[in-house]
Design a protein around this ligand. Structure first.
Ligand SMILES: Nc1ncnc2c1ncn2[C@@H]1O[C@H](COP(=O)(O)OP(=O)(O)OP(=O)(O)O)[C@@H](O)[C@H]1O
Length: 252
């Protein structure tokens, strides 16, 4: 477990024992320059193996929270407990163009005798084994995101964070990737925090959808639907509407 906290923490510790949660965020506050707080005393718990979707209007602090959880941004007020093994996938694949796909997947990993086999196995899992020798610039957008997912999974993270990973893809590729992630999560069962603007994506994939507003959680919605989920299920539509309402999107 990795604990990131402010030097002078003024709030009480988390109510949930950190050992029982993959992620425990307590009283997290973030302010840029002298502006208003982007995160304002935020509390969030994610259980091991739980899939949580994080939604909120543009500028509501989703990426800020992710950056603080991943350690990219310092925690200056409040605290964050999370596993040591964390992987992040961003909207763009961030592959190194001068390394082949398989080499990107195992970048920073120990170069032992099994390294190539590990890369091939995970590329197989994401449906990209046939492109393992390719250069990243020759990949389609969907293939590049598959490679980015493979690079995250090869690390066997306890927490996988996905920051709008399918936002730049066409509708069909996005659907394929959503199904892929659903299958990977069923197999790997790491905790997942998925930042998305897409309420359908949240209902399709997540155990819980959390909506940020004014630096806090406005809605924390459990989605106890059986899997695999279908957009045509009437209950799917109900959860979708609840989330749209929480985001302030109404039919006129
Ligand atoms: N480094 C920074 N300096 C100043 N302001 C920042 C910085 N990073 C983020 N902000 C501000 O903090 C607020 C939250 O930004 P953040 O990127 O977390 O929002 P978001 O919910 O991820 O938005 P989007 O959905 O548009 O990606 C925004 O008003 C943004 O302008």
């Amino acid at each position: 477990m990795n604990t990131l906290s402010s030097p002078a923490q003024t709030r009480p510790g988390p109510m949930v024992n950190a050992a029982d949660a993959a992620v425990t965020v307590t009283g997290l506050t973030r302010r840029f320059a002298n502006g208003p707080a982007v995160l304002d005393g935020l509390d969030l718990h994610i259980a091991p193996g739980e899939f949580v979707a994080l939604l909120g209007r543009s500028g509501s602090g989703k990426s800020t929270l992710l950056r603080m959880l991943s350690g990219l941004d310092p925690v200056t007020e409040g605290s964050v407990h999370r596993p040591d093994d964390v992987a992040v996938v961003f909207q763009e694949s961030r592959l190194l163009p001068w390394r082949r796909v398989w080499q990107n997947v195992v970048l920073g990993q120990k170069k032992d005798a099994s390294v190539r086999a590990r890369a091939e196995a995970v590329l197989q899992e994401v449906g990209l084994a046939h492109r393992s020798e390719a250069w990243p610039l020759t990949l389609s957008g969907g293939e590049a995101q598959r490679a980015a997912l493979a690079r995250a999974l090869v690390r066997e993270p306890d927490l996988l964070m996905l920051d709008e990973p399918f936002a730049a893809l066409d509708a069909l590729s996005r659907l394929r990737m959503q199904r892929l992630v659903a299958g990977l999560w069923q197999r790997h069962r790491c905790a997942v925090l998925l930042v998305t603007h897409d309420v359908d994506e949240a209902v399709l994939l997540a155990d819980r959808a959390v909506v940020l507003e004014s630096g806090r959680i406005r809605t924390d919605l459990a989605i106890p639907l059986d899997r695999p989920r279908r957009h045509t299920d009437p209950q799917f539509e109900q959860f979708r509407q609840t989330l749209l309402d929480a985001l302030g999107v109404h039919d006129d």
